[in-house]
Design a protein around this ligand. Structure first.
Ligand code: GLY
Length: 418
């Protein structure tokens, strides 16, 4: 098989690394990739340039395309590829609304009886403000559309909620914020569950916990994710069955009933509340940085699993979950998720990569004059593997210490509460 991975982050480097180990796979291209991908395997096309990706795929005919980020799926990449007779793992534009429209996802959950926070969704500012006035605190205000993780406010300050809401209607996130969802705050630890699905059958990848805030102890601003662990202790088989039967299967059934079956990876972002798991949000792709901790825990052929889902006949025997644990620590540029500088040389990569039970995945990196330099907010993810979470954690942090660049920032508490 020849596989195209679309995207440029740590998730896509992990996908390319893992797919490249499958016996069926003879070639993996990444568009556009990062400095962790050999130059000859990089396709210099941005993940958002659908026309150029399609033209390239028509010429090179990959046997499978795996799409990392949500935006190209929401823009219809999978539909366009399938129309051209190309196999692609990922939902079409209509099914990608599970992530691209929070108002749609919430309405679908209500219809399908999937547990989620009580909510109202509005495209009228006065009605939204009236709902907010009567809502108990804390409250969650969300832009309905895609806002690169920045369109959500959790607050116990009503004035702050009003100001955020007004900003959304004033166009702070463009069209993404013209519809808003206001919902109750849910208590409990978060859990990320990923189902690879052909629309009906599904295979659960190992569950993971994401550490979203910039600073230790869950303080500071929200980021794309500063680390991940797999498996969390509170995500045993019983819990996963509850998620599969109470959340994932009813959601897939509701999508089929609408005539827009969901194929690809359905990512349930959950809160484990005292009343059971509830959906915070759905995503229509793998998580980043969860993927960097999840994929190293798989044995077998990921390419076969993905290709079978894309073909509508999922082969759940294609992969097995390896016992043990994995933990991934993100090394970020100083200042991220706010302003940061790039172009700093990265030292110690080869040393870290040579350590036992360690994998280094690139994210915001580039090659300049033969050296690897920083080129983004999240620069690298260092994954440790072990028989236990403690062993995985010790390996990840020992390796992370070896990798140095100016302004490097990392959380020291990834794995706590896992
Ligand atoms: N780790 C959160 C996400 O991928 O959306």
């Amino acid at each position: 098989m020849r596989v195209l991975v679309v995207g440029s982050g740590g998730r896509e480097h992990a996908l390319a690394w893992r797919l490249g180990r499958d016996p069926e796979v003879e070639r993996v291209w990444v568009a556009p990739g990062n400095a962790g991908i050999p130059d000859e395997d990089r396709v210099p096309i941005a993940a958002g340039d659908l026309e150029a990706l399609l033209a390239w795929a028509r010429r090179h005919r990959p046997d499978l395309t795996v799409v990392g980020p949500e935006a190209p799926l929401a823009a219809g990449l999978a539909d366009r590829f399938r129309e051209a007779g190309l196999s692609v793992l990922g939902p079409g534009r209509e099914a990608a609304r599970l992530e691209a429209s929070k108002a749609f996802a919430k309405a679908l959950m209500r219809e399908a009886g999937v547990p989620t926070a009580a909510f109202g969704s509005f495209d009228d500012e006065a009605k939204a403000l009236a709902y907010l006035e009567a809502h108990p605190l804390p409250v969650v205000v969300k832009a309905s559309g895609l806002a690169a993780g920045k369109g959500v406010l959790v607050t116990d300050d009503r004035e702050e909620a009003r100001a955020f809401l007004r900003g959304l209607f004033a166009g702070r996130f463009g069209e993404a914020g013209r519809t808003v969802v206001i919902e109750a705050y849910l208590e409990g630890p978060e859990l990320s569950v990923f189902a690879v699905t052909d629309g009906e059958r599904l295979f659960l990848l190992p569950p993971a916990r994401d550490y979203k805030r910039a600073q230790d102890g869950g303080r500071g601003p929200n980021t794309g994710g500063m680390g991940a662990c797999s498996p969390p202790a509170d995500a045993g088989d019983g819990r996963l069955e509850e998620v599969e039967h109470g959340i994932l299967r009813p959601t897939l059934a509701a999508m089929r009933a609408r005539g827009t079956p969901f194929t690809g990876v359905l990512y349930a972002g959950l809160k484990l509340t005292p009343e059971g798991p509830k959906v915070l949000e759905f995503n229509v792709r793998l998580g980043d940085p969860e993927t960097q901790a999840v994929l190293p825990r798989l044995e077998g052929s990921l390419a076969r699993l993905f290709a079978s889902a894309a073909a509508g006949s999922l082969d759940p025997g294609a992969v097995r979950v390896r016992p043990g644990a994995a933990l991934s620590v993100v090394l970020a540029s100083g200042g991220y998720p706010g302003r940061y500088r790039s172009g700093f040389p990265i030292e110690g990569l080869a040393e870290a990569e040579a350590m036992e039970g360690v994998l280094v995945f690139h994210a915001g990196t580039a090659r300049r004059n033969g050296r690897v330099v920083t080129a983004g907010g999240r620069v690298l993810a260092v994954t440790g593997l072990g028989g236990t979470l403690e062993e995985a954690r010790a390996r990840a942090y020992a390796a992370a210490e070896r990798v140095r660049f100016e302004g490097r920032h990392l959380r020291r508490d990834i794995g706590e509460g896992c």
